[in-house]
Design a protein around this ligand. Structure first.
Ligand SMILES: [Zn+2]
Length: 277
């Protein structure tokens, strides 16, 4: 049966060893998602995994079809999303291997479509209205609590809160940009956290990100600047741990009837012009 309740957007290392995974191709009014959805069961919960960059990591952060990804997840029943991602640490104490669950986000992307409600008629003739949603708190408070508890249960002292600044990429920051991000008091820097979070909100989904620090960003690191190889190496070294945390969190997320956060009510009383899947 093609249904899931929880979505995980992340690398293939997170689901590839699961038994009984069903691959499902989903088309959306916004085009194709990064890849098929991979549906399986974790801790008694039905989960849909979506490789954010596609299998083989061929889609760069600025070309990901974020709208199609979130829409596809919702269309198979997903209502709560965990979106782990690799980041650079902006403070010396957030070195490689740090797990940080942000509570704030700063958008420094440049070219990405970041709304379903842009007033542009879709290819299928549906005309969304212009909608302005609250986004003061970009992450689900319940999801954050669950993620932090799951990390601690696995002896990983995750950092509770902080600001994720999302840059356009695919290049890494200059030293000046990195020093600026740090001077602003922001915690970690990544390339995929936006518009994933806001698009989830626009669909009434709970969204929580878990950031894994793979390197100290250029301004926080006195010597060598970050390289892609080093990012991959640190990520690989931590992927088993991250997977355990995610699975623990999946099992602990509330059942649909018990979601008591505001996320599902983001669109209450608003005529969006769109019927959600
Ligand atoms: Zn929520």
């Amino acid at each position: 049966m093609v249904n899931a309740e929880i979505g995980v957007i992340g690398g293939s290392g997170l689901y590839s060893f699961l038994e009984d995974v069903t691959e499902v191709r989903v088309e959306t009014p916004y085009g194709a998602p990064s890849d098929s959805l991979f549906l399986g069961e974790v801790g008694g919960r039905r989960v849909a995994f979506l490789p954010r960059h596609g299998r083989g990591h061929h889609v760069p952060p600025h070309r990901i079809n974020y709208r199609a990804n979130l829409w596809a997840l919702r269309s198979v029943g997903v209502r709560q999303v965990l979106g782990p991602c690799a980041v650079g640490g902006l403070r010396p104490e957030y070195g490689p291997g740090t797990l940080l669950v942000p509570d704030q986000l700063v958008d420094r992307t440049k070219t990405r479509v970041q709304t379903f409600y842009d007033g542009e008629t879709r290819a299928d003739g549906v005309a969304p209205k212009v909608v302005h949603l609250g986004f003061a708190d970009p992450y689900c408070p319940t999801g954050r609590k669950v993620a932090l508890a799951a990390a601690r249960a696995g002896d990983w002292e995750a950092v509770d809160g902080g600001t994720l600044v999302v840059v356009e990429g695919p290049r890494f920051s200059t030293r000046a940009e990195s020093r600026w991000h740090a001077a602003m008091g922001w915690s970690v820097v990544g390339m995929t956290g936006h518009p994933e979070a806001v698009l989830a909100r626009e669909l009434g989904l709970c969204y929580t990100t878990l950031t894994l620090v793979t390197d100290l960003d250029a301004g926080a690191e006195a010597g060598e600047a970050v390289s892609h190889d080093e990012v991959l190496r640190v990520f690989a070294a931590n992927v088993d741990r991250l997977r355990s945390v995610l699975f623990e969190a999946v099992a602990a997320l509330p059942a649909e009837a018990d979601r008591d956060c505001l996320c599902p009510h983001a669109l209450d009383g608003i005529d969006t012009g769109i019927v959600l899947p």
